[in-house]
Design a protein around this ligand. Structure first.
Ligand code: GMT
Length: 380
């Protein structure tokens, strides 16, 4: 098939899923065309079967807000026509779904078909989408999509309830490539790489996010401060965003700055996650929790919060631990108890990898998208 994909190309879960999906589809022999304002950050531009089409947004003194949505719709229609796309798959409803709807209408007028799939990722529904200025148009474009998928059952229910969506929504969970995200088999190589951040007798914890308020990065620092007070430990934080400086300030205030390493945005998180013993993901909301899944595939279980779709990923006490949002004390005590119980920790590490492999590997999930595309193209 020839598939167009639009996503936010910057750091964020929806862009990661869209990019990884494109890579997997191309590996299966499909032709994938990314249409976005810049090249998705996990692409090199040299992948076979993947093409990137930039959306130029020209400015004009009259435009206080350059209309990206319109430029995107035009580019979608052009690319679909020139490259004979079978369908468009847009990730994150706002504004991508609306642009796809316009592109479909533009082509329909000229007798051409361009069905589109909208995948809902989370904040497009739970935060941004609930804003009154976006809600009616978001609802309309979801309703008008030829196919809609959601990354968790939780998000499907929220979309149906809060948006009054009546059309079918297919749940297709987030996925991970279990060959790319895996434990480091060579233990000596792992120890060597790990020594960049922690001594052999220290535990290593990790956090990975876009440092938005919803991620509660300050809870990561508070939790870690309690852990480091009781046992030897270091923390690496991967990513960047609005709450980074507050987190840095807090690390200094709590006098743990020497044990907290802010790594910023990293391209190859699959090389860092397997170095850690435990992930901290104390989010206010996660529609799924892709970062935890990526860590689990590397045999790094997560301490997370009982929110959104997280319980669809983590079975509490088996392949991770889940707590109430803000319960920093409980998360810290649980982390200490787990890390100091080698047998239980090892069992949880193995269970985490098993969950990723058995339920969320790209080899299981990506074919579901392909089937979904095929049924949609046959129907429209
Ligand atoms: O996590 C974010 O803030 C980014 C956001 C996005 O849409 O880019 O991530 C959402 O999509 C991910 C991939 O589907 C999910 O795994 C995340 O749980 C979800 N984030 C939230 O719901 C806060």
């Amino acid at each position: 098939m020839r598939i167009g994909i639009t996503c936010y190309p910057t750091y964020g879960g929806s862009g990661v899923v869209a990019t990884e999906l494109g890579i997997e589809l191309a590996a299966l022999g499909h032709e994938v065309h990314f249409i976005s304002y810049s090249q998705p950050f996990r692409l090199t531009g040299r992948e076979t079967g993947i093409f990137y089409h930039e959306v130029p947004v020209s400015n004009y003194p009259l435009f206080e807000f350059p209309p990206y949505d319109l430029a995107l719709a035009s580019r979608m229609a052009e690319v679909a026509e020139y490259y004979l796309l079978d369908l468009l798959h847009v990730h994150y409803a706002i504004p991508h779904s609306v642009s796809a709807l316009l592109a479909r209408q533009m082509l329909a007028e000229r007798g051409k078909r361009l069905p589109f799939v909208t995948t809902l990722h989370g904040t497009d529904i739970t935060l941004v989408g609930m804003d009154r200025s976006y809600l009616p148009i978001t609802r309309y474009s979801i309703q008008q999509s030829d196919g809609v998928t959601s990354i968790s059952s939780y998000l499907k229910e929220v979309t149906q309830t809060n948006f009054g969506i009546t059309r079918p929504i297919e749940v297709v969970h987030n996925f991970v490539n279990c060959d790319v995200y895996q434990p480091i088999a060579d233990l000596e190589a792992r120890s060597k790489a790990r020594r960049r951040y922690a001594a052999d007798d220290e535990f290593l914890l990790v956090h990975l996010s876009n440092f938005r308020p919803v991620k509660r990065v300050t809870d990561v620092i508070q939790t870690f401060a309690q852990i480091a007070d009781q046992i030897p430990a270091q923390l690496i934080l991967i990513g960047d965003g609005p709450d980074r400086s507050t987190a840095e300030w807090l690390a200094h205030t709590l006098e743990i700055q020497d044990r907290v390493h802010f790594l910023g945005k990293q391209d190859r998180v699959n090389e860092l996650l397997p170095l850690a013993d435990l992930m901290l993901m104390p989010s206010e909301m996660e529609s799924f929790g892709l970062a935890a899944l990526e860590a689990m595939a590397c045999q790094t279980p997560a301490i997370a919060t009982r929110v959104g779709g997280v319980p669809e990923l983590i079975t509490d006490g088996v392949d991770g631990l889940i707590f109430a949002v803000r319960d920093v004390d409980a998360m810290a005590q649980a982390a200490i108890a787990l890390l100091t119980d080698t047998e239980r920790h090892q069992a949880m590490r193995k269970a985490a990898r098993k969950t990723a492999q058995d339920r969320f590997c790209s080899t299981r999930i990506v074919p579901r998208y392909v089937e979904f595309y095929e049924s949609l193209v046959a129907r429209t």
